[in-house]
Design a protein around this ligand. Structure first.
Ligand code: TTP
Ligand code: CA
Ligand code: CA
Length: 655
């Protein structure tokens, strides 16, 4: 990427006498190069695709940008899962089903997601998918493919060796731009490369050049006059360089792939994520250090990362307010006293916009799951085998993405869960080493596991099947001797080994996992695995939670109260009242069948989590609620639509 010259920013313009030095030191500057996470000069970006699945369909179908389009999943049960911005203009939201949406906007294109179909071994776009919930299973492969292309383009745009990219969900990434910004600063201001006076890295830097910073089209967060009157410092320059990088990435994504996205650029992940949602669509928002207090002042704490769930509710009930600006008055000691040391400190920092979590490009998934709930139930092994074939194909495609073909990573175990009336049976086997992993191997193992379950007793009708692989290991490096091709030890046991049967009709964790849960104190206990404030979305294999674990994939029942509710709330919409509420997550359902399917999903998820020894997600205790009109308008105004002239476009004049 060729750096554009800093406006008026020739190196000779650097100034600053002994009395006028920067607030930052040579050490701060050098810490940029090593991605030091507490560095005040650090530059983090969050990029989130606008209406992602909807844009994927528009690009695929060649639909013009101004045409309303929504992506549909089944007919009424889950309604619309992605709505493009022209359709949102017509008042369509995720709460609508297709009929309601078409009433609001007769020209709406409602495109159903691609599906796998019982008996077929490829996913496809099908005109009759919406009515075939029983025979079809959603495939997110088309969206994963686009997601991969976008990710590759981002990596290509960033300089090799100076990039750190974390895929946070199917449609978002975090970038730590610090090292790249460091190199650009040194290039544009060579004086910065000279050793510090007296070789003392704690010496202050000279001030940046006497020029205005050109913020171009970025949405600078407003500041009061006092905030703007202070001279710009190197943190402002660093974030501006980061913002240029992000602008170029966004332009390339648009030009080469046809997608618009929004971005936030700030000092950390917490703020950059709030920034990317601040002005959607197709905008980027810069939150300079000097603007943080002002920016966060109007937020409600429950809208912040990791505070959308139980912890946020607890904070609100303890301190009697959800306004960040009021929580700033709570002293650290009091936070710690009420919430515990670790959590208290974390909340105290969060309301101040302090976050030192790193952008982790090494996040790796730990398991993958493919599942289907059957309504009507399936009755024969032939039917089950057809589904196992689909699961094997689905998982294999995702394994290829993880680098299984290049032997980068490979799973070591495969597990099948089978639900018959109120009983769930599970069988697990190691995946033999020594052969290249293939769809057929996975399928054969799955069939063998099902046979074992069938040998155990009555299994039909079957309400739910799920196949998962786990125990990922890095690929074998170096020469593989003949011995590595001989299946031995644990692997030789592959098809004989079975996991202990869970208690019949029970989803209770065993003693070990229960103990692990009890030990899992501290702040992590609050973080919902599927918390949508963290936005580690549940909709695809690459999605990870904070601990790097994958979340439910590709199942129709990937909906639970936490994500849906918070998303609806984000869009200023309340849930309609219904008596069918899941007791685990308070998700609402229109029919008892839908509720039953959803409970099956919980069960499969529990079983999968049990293998990992982690809770499915923090249980929610609050009933669904409808936002009042005030909250609704607060929610929607926060998401602003641009248009308004931005303050501070070229405001930062040097004295
Ligand atoms: P989001 O990034 O939350 O939403 P979005 O990209 O559709 O819209 P925005 O412009 O506001 O970012 O989710 C990314 C994709 O994940 C979305 O396009 C479809 C899928 N998804 C679901 O399938 N169900 C859901 O409830 C949500 C929230 C998303
Ligand atoms: Ca998005
Ligand atoms: Ca997203």
């Amino acid at each position: 990427m060729s750096p554009s010259p800093m406006p008026g920013g020739s190196s000779s313009a650097i100034h600053g006498t002994a009395a006028q030095r920067s607030r930052f030191t040579y050490r701060h500057l050098s810490q940029l190069a090593s991605y030091q996470t507490t560095n005040p000069l650090r530059v983090i970006a969050h990029i989130d695709l606008d209406a992602f699945y909807a844009q994927c369909e528009m690009v695929r179908l060649g639909v013009p940008e101004d045409k309303p389009l929504a992506v549909q999943q089944w007919y009424a049960m889950q309604g619309l899962i992605a709505i493009n911005y022209p359709a949102r203009e017509a008042g369509i939201g995720r709460h609508c089903n297709v009929t309601e949406a078409k009433k609001l906007c007769p020209s709406l294109i409602a495109q159903h997601v691609a599906t796998w179909r019982e008996g077929d071994d490829k996913w496809a776009y099908r005109d009759d998918a919406a009515a075939n919930i029983a025979k079809d299973k959603v495939s997110l492969d088309p969206y994963r493919l686009q997601s991969r292309k976008i990710l590759s383009l981002i990596k290509e745009t960033l300089p090799p060796g100076l990039q750190r990219v974390e895929k946070a969900s199917i449609d978002e990434v975090y970038l730590d731009l610090s090292a790249q910004v460091h190199s650009t600063l040194i290039e544009r201001f060579p004086e910065l490369a000279s050793p510090p006076p007296y070789d003392d890295s704690t010496e202050a830097l000279p001030l940046p050049p006497t020029s205005a910073l050109d913020w171009q089209a970025d949405a600078l967060v407003d500041l009061d006059e006092e905030g703007e009157s202070a001279d710009p410092d190197w943190d402002d320059v660093a974030i501006l360089v980061g913002s240029e990088v992000v602008r170029e990435i966004r332009q390339r994504i648009r030009r080469d792939l046809g997608y618009t996205c929004s971005a936030g650029i700030a000092n950390n992940k917490l703020l950059s994520k709030l920034g990317s949602a601040f002005k959607k669509p197709n905008r980027q928002t810069v939150i300079r250090n000097r603007a943080v207090a002002m920016f966060l002042g109007d937020f409600r704490i429950t809208k912040m990362r990791n505070l959308g769930g139980k912890l946020g509710e607890q904070v609100v009930s303890i301190f009697g307010t959800d306004a960040v600006k009021n929580l700033l008055d709570v002293p650290l000691e009091q936070m710690k006293q009420k919430l515990g040391d670790e959590t208290g400190l974390w909340v105290y920092n969060t309301v101040r916009g302090i976050d030192t979590s790193e952008v982790n490009s090494r996040t790796q998934i730990k398991s993958m799951l493919s599942a289907k709930s059957f309504r009507p139930f399936i009755q024969t092994s032939e039917q089950a085998f057809k589904w196992l074939k689909i699961f094997a194909a689905d998982i294999y495609a995702r394994l290829v993405e993880e680098g299984v073909l290049e032997n980068k990573r490979r799973p070591r175990t495969i597990t099948l869960h089978h639900r018959h009336s109120s009983q769930t049976h599970s069988r697990q086997a190691p995946i033999p080493l020594g052969q290249k992993l293939s769809q057929e191997i996975l399928f054969n193992l799955a069939v063998e596991l099902l046979r074992q379950i069938m040998a155990h007793g009555s299994v039909w009708p079957c309400a739910n099947l799920s196949l998962s692989v786990g125990g990922f290991e890095d690929g074998i490096k170096g020469n593989m001797g003949i011995s590595s091709f001989l299946v031995k030890g644990e692997d030789a046991e592959a098809l004989r080994y079975t996991t202990p049967e869970p208690r019949r009709g029970s989803t209770e964790p065993d003693q070990t996992s229960r103990k692990r849960r009890a030990d899992d104190g501290g702040i992590k206990r609050f973080f919902s695995k599927r918390s949508f404030t963290d936005d580690s979305r549940a909709w695809e294999s690459g999605d990870r939670d904070r601990s790097g674990s994958p979340i439910q994939v590709g199942d129709e029942h990937s909906c639970c109260r936490d994500p849906w509710q918070s998303v609806l709330e984000n869009h200023g919409v309340g849930l309609s009242s219904t008596s069918l509420v899941c007791s685990r997550c308070n998700c609402c359902f229109a029919t008892s069948q839908d509720l039953q399917s959803h409970e099956d999903w919980h069960m499969a998820k529990d079983l999968q989590d049990k293998e990992r020894g982690t809770p499915a997600f923090a249980e929610r205790t609050v009933a669904p609620r409808t936002l009042n009109p005030k909250e609704r308008s607060a929610g929607s105004s926060r998401r602003g639509r641009g248009g308004k002239a931005e303050r501070g476009q070229s405001k930062l004049k040097f004295a």
